[in-house]
Design a protein. Sequence first.
Length: 507
Amino acid sequence: MEILGHLADGFLISFEPLNLALVIFGAMVGLFIGAMPGLGSVNGVAILLPMTFLVPPTSAIIFLGAIYYGAMYGGAISSIMLGIPGASTAVATTFDGRPLALKGQADKALVAAATASFVGGTISVILFTAFAPPLAEVALAFGPPEEFALMMLAFATFIGLGGDDIPKTFFSIFIGLVLSAVGLDVVSGEPRLIFMDLPGFLHGVNFLVLAIGIYGIGEMLWTVETSRGNVSMSKATVSAKRVMAALRELVGTWKTMLMGSFLGYFVGILPAAGATPGSLMAYGVAKSIAKDPSTYGKGNVDGVVAPEAANNAASTGSMLPMLTLGIPGSPTTAILLGGMVIWGLEPGPLLFVDHKEFVWGLIASLYSANLFSLLINIAFIPAFIAVLKLPFTILAPVIFALCVVGGYVPTLDMHDVWLMFIFGVVGYLMRKLDYPLAPAVLAIVLGPLAERSVRQSLIGSHGDITIFFQRPISGTIMVVAIILLVMPLYKIIRDRMKAGRDEGGAA
């Protein structure tokens, strides 16, 4: 009951005219920032942080939190409409969101993304409200061995039950892991895989550059080739009747929404994990538990629902270690943490005691930011659909320009723009040769996290690899991951034995 009292006080603060206006304005700004390739919540919050010094600290964090939420919603827009991930957190949405748009069901994909984001955000805020202290302790229990086991499980979901060609899936993952190792060694600081001694590789291969190249430039090249110059405009339409029909259809995806929400929130509370791994892992799990995994990547609405629920849940979850432990759970919350320090607020357990107004005002504002982001997103669906009706001769240069901007913004280095073009050609060739792209994207995201955690674990255990099986949490996760990795071999043996029996029976 004490928590409900604090939450009620928080709603009184969040519904003050200034704070409510900042929530609505922040959600709209965040929606635009998320939809612009290359910007994302990190850049948006960093750019607008100085503006917050004009208002009280509570209003400032409410405004920045609304931008964060809006950007999580907005990232799906360009992923679905143009095939260009608006942010790294929305890459997994591209896998099925873009095929749905190409089928003339962009409104269905946008409604699914907005609704799943709302469900994920709501569930995560409820968990945040009710279980902040115990969940912070769970996050602390996750050391390097547990983090590595979680990364292994993510890879295993793509390999063990993915339904794709297993050798090609392994090849795709290995390519991603090699690219994730480019740059400076995480322990020694020595340069490695610096191709042709180009200095641009010293900062590594930026994940967003890879994603925009593969899904933006690569998709455009594929469209040009397959259409052979006769690119037909999308027949996508939108009406209140179609939106309601899409909402009714989403009732059947409630299990996927719940899975994405809880998984995303759990990954989000882990320090330095963030929403991108959470969304990719949720997509992998949804695909692995699906009755027909082969429909994923071809326009399955569950492939939109899972990552969108997960990235919104993870964005809220990443605030938990920031407020309770003073440890940012994502790059965006690291900027928010810096703002709190500037405002004279010290994150940690005492924040809930000494600055109740600030904490509960923020938590209550997340509920309203989530609702307004949903309403604004659905209200703008007709405008988003209009983009798809543009002639390809106009749309292609716009996509190209957005890709160039998105490739340049993260590092402000032309090296990454040229790299993006190369990845575009590679993505086109991989698609032409029927190699899965999602595992490569997953590998370049999780590769650095997995490498850091495995090396920290082995340094702490003096090279003893059994450390991953000695601890209860990491041991359990590793066993599940190994089972998923072995399953393809079991399927191959079973199918060959069945084929042998059939041939014997026929003889």
